[in-house]
Design a protein around this ligand. Structure first.
Ligand SMILES: Cc1cc2nc3c(=O)[nH]c(=O)nc-3n(C[C@H](O)[C@H](O)[C@H](O)COP(=O)(O)OP(=O)(O)OC[C@H]3O[C@@H](n4cnc5c(N)ncnc54)[C@H](O)[C@@H]3O)c2cc1C
Length: 301
């Protein structure tokens, strides 16, 4: 690991850190150390990192803004590649937008609004990067990424750089086939409809106000922990199971929104996992419904 770290530091333009606590890189503010954390400044940095790690058989884990991940307390072995500020370029051409995967989704939504491009209003208030949003097919207020993504440029281990059309991404509810692949999303092409900036802005403000009213945003969290089962709301099932406000260690099932687990300050991933298991078991026992995690669990206990 020391040799790889030294090599990466020498070759990359972006930041490279050793034994980096992952709680600094997740919205839950939870997670043990990554052996090496790379924040690439360019596509070339990503290519070099992937190739140098592969040459030493070191695993690579990709994250964006860390708003939908639970990093376990033992941290992540190998390299964590964080696609963020160094890959956040944005270009608008008519109704087409091209952006780096590290661009914040909120910035994308505001840029689309300013340019009079409708279709991304739903994204206002969803934290995270555009790359993470594509991988998760993030959505809200009746919209989701699958409706606006036209193509993605990825680095595919063993194949190199390639472009995939939106139709090849296997989008479904909070799912894309990218979740099963080792592809790193580098750049995203999106398309919208002509719209009026003022109406778009009003719709975005309305979406944001709804979120502020419902979500416990004053505490570190990762948004909805579980996917909604068909025809049901996961939060309502957890609430009906009597778990609102239930606390284990430093983690709590939010009393404001039962599909959110909040970090009261000193939560460990083990506390969050225990609440996840409890919610799953109680909802299964009381309503015979299997809850499926939306958040992605990374690293080792
Ligand atoms: C307060 C709050 C509210 C939220 N509300 C919503 C909501 O309304 N709707 C919704 O859908 N989600 C919501 N989320 C969840 C989250 O914001 C989204 O899933 C977001 O799109 C994740 O983006 P990210 O960059 O943080 O991804 P991360 O959490 O960093 O990663 C998520 C997954 O994507 C992969 N990944 C990330 N970037 C890349 C890349 N460039 N290449 C390859 N793989 C990558 C990671 O490996 C991981 O599996 C919310 C979260 C919070 C904290």
């Amino acid at each position: 690991m020391e040799r790889l770290y030294a090599e990466l530091k020498k070759v990359l333009r972006g930041r490279v850190r050793r034994s980096e606590p992952m709680w600094r890189h997740t919205s839950w503010r939870i997670g043990g150390p990554a052996d090496i954390l790379v924040e690439p400044a360019s596509v070339a940095d990503v290519e070099h990192t992937m190739q140098m790690a592969a040459a030493r058989a070191v695993p690579v884990t990709v994250i964006g803004a860390g708003t939908n991940v639970l990093v376990l307390d033992g941290g992540i072995r190998g390299v964590v590649l964080k696609i963020g500020y160094g890959m956040a370029a944005l270009e608008i051409n008519g109704l087409r937008i091209t952006c780096g995967a590290g661009l914040k989704l909120g910035r994308l939504a505001h840029a689309a609004c300013a340019a009079g491009i409708s279709g991304l209003e739903f994204a206002c208030g969803i934290p995270g990067s555009v790359g993470g949003a594509v991988v998760m097919n993030a959505g809200a207020a009746g919209g989701q990424m699958s409706q606006v993504v036209e193509w993605v440029r990825v680095f595919q281990p063993g194949e190199g750089l390639k472009v995939l059309a939106g139709g090849e991404l296997g989008f479904a509810y909070r799912y894309s086939a990218l979740q099963q692949s080792r592809a790193v999303v580098l750049e995203v092409g999106l398309g919208g409809r002509p719209g009026d900036s003022e109406s778009i802005r009003q719709q975005m403000q309305q979406n944001l106000a709804g979120r502020l009213a419902q979500q416990p945003l004053e505490w570190p969290n990762a948004g909805s922990v579980f996917k909604n089962p068909p025809g049901r709301a996961a939060g309502q099932l957890i609430e009906a199971a009597g778990l609102k406000g239930y606390t284990i260690g430093g983690a709590q099932i939010s009393s404001r929104h039962a599909n959110f687990i909040i970090n009261l300050g000193q939560a460990r991933a083990a506390d969050v996992l225990a609440l996840i298991e409890l919610a799953r078991a109680e909802v299964k026992r009381k309503f015979d419904v299997e809850l499926v995690c939306e958040v992605r669990i990374l690293g080792e206990a």
